[in-house]
Ligand binder design. Structure first.
Ligand code: AHG
Ligand code: MN
Ligand code: MN
Length: 334
């Protein structure tokens, strides 16, 4: 069967979910859709141009080397969001501070966006799937003023929308506004996203575990015990789970969302808060996971309940099939 519902049509058809919103959220999602297509075009021809591949010879606030595509994607999403006037500010992995959009149009915007513009940077140069992750909140500061820090420092439960784009063997946009999770695949020949994965549900129990096992020696013993459970014949599948780790969070999460599994970036002795950032990596994917029937935890606490302390805060992250996240959480709490 040919898929005939476009992302644009779908967004408009769901406006009734937000009767108070008068279409602003639709316009915001359209801005993300547009930037995604522009970034997708550059990702697709990355190997052909030295203007796209490689380092930007700069470091972001977290001391990580920025790639040219990190910077390019950041600029594209910002420009697209700024142009519409629904968003009054944006916080990004690539910028130390949040950015208030200081135009009369943007000051009246109701929303803020937090974004990891390009996730999986280390995979750009080797033609492996990468992504974008985004999170949308209603602003707290008064409409008409500049965005303020409190707008960005809300717990994940307050998200009004979240999603990701995966630039993979095909390009997909997956998002939720709190009414289930829906996936759209880009037809590159006409530049249109079509609804291909309506009402995504993650299997409650999977048989894939995804973790950087190079860090095994630095994990706490309950995490080591859980990994050994995954590898053993004595687990609920009575045979070892499959180990799958791409190193792009979006791609690892997406596979596990469709097939069932758990993604883990635990604390290590070197990094006691893990690596992943709460506000623009963990919260949006936790929102998607829960909306699809899965779960997300630090091992001790539901991700969406955390009150953020800083913009670039890191947290240990366990996300995916509900039974798997619950099992490791109960082993950690013992
Ligand atoms: P980013 O490229 O946005 O900095 O994110 C990289 C993250 C994430 O995509 C991935 O899951 C993780 O880093 C991989 O880290 P390790 O190389 O330590 O496994
Ligand atoms: Mn990332
Ligand atoms: Mn990134």
């Amino acid at each position: 069967m040919n898929r005939v519902i476009t992302l644009g049509e779908f967004i408009i058809s769901r406006q009734g979910d937000f009767p108070y919103a008068k279409g602003e959220l639709s316009s915001l999602l359209s801005a993300i859709r547009l930037a995604a297509k522009v970034v997708n075009r550059e990702v697709n021809r990355a190997g052909l141009s030295i203007d796209i591949l490689g380092s930007a010879h700069n470091h972001n606030i977290q001391g990580e080397e920025q790639q040219k595509l990190d910077v390019y994607a950041d600029e594209q999403f910002m420009a697209s969001l700024m142009a519409r006037g629904e968003v009054c500010g944006m916080a990004s992995e690539e910028n130390e501070n949040f950015i208030s959009f200081d135009t009369p149009l943007a000051r009246s915007g109701k929303y803020v966006v937090l974004i990891d513009p390009l996730d999986g940077s280390s995979n750009i140069d080797v033609n492996v799937s990468i992504g974008t992750i985004f999170s949308v909140y209603r602003r707290i500061s008064p409409i008409g003023q500049l965005a303020s820090l409190e707008d960005f420092m809300q717990p994940g439960t307050e998200q009004v929308a979240a999603g990701y784009i995966i630039y993979g063997s095909s390009t997909m946009l997956v998002y939720s506004t709190g009414y289930g999770v829906h996936g759209f695949t880009l037809d590159p020949s006409i530049g249109t996203f079509f609804l291909s994965h309506p009402h995504i549900r993650i299997p409650e129990l999977g048989c894939i575990y995804s973790v950087n096992e190079g860090n095994y020696m630095g994990f706490d013993s309950p995490v080591q015990d859980y990994i050994n459970y995954c590898r053993s014949h004595d687990n609920d599948h009575e045979k070892p789970y499959s180990s799958r780790y791409i190193g792009s969070l979006v791609a690892d999460f997406h596979r596990n969302l469709l097939k069932g599994g758990i993604y883990m970036y635990p604390a290590t002795t070197k990094d006691p808060n893990g690596k992943l950032r709460l506000l623009y990596e963990c919260n949006p994917l936790a929102f998607i996971a829960e909306q699809a029937g899965g779960a997300a935890s630090t091992g001790y606490e539901r991700i969406l309940d955390i009150n953020p302390k800083t913009l670039h805060q890191r947290v240990p992250f366990f996300v995916g099939s509900k039974d798997m996240v619950e099992r490791i959480s109960s082993m950690m709490k013992k």
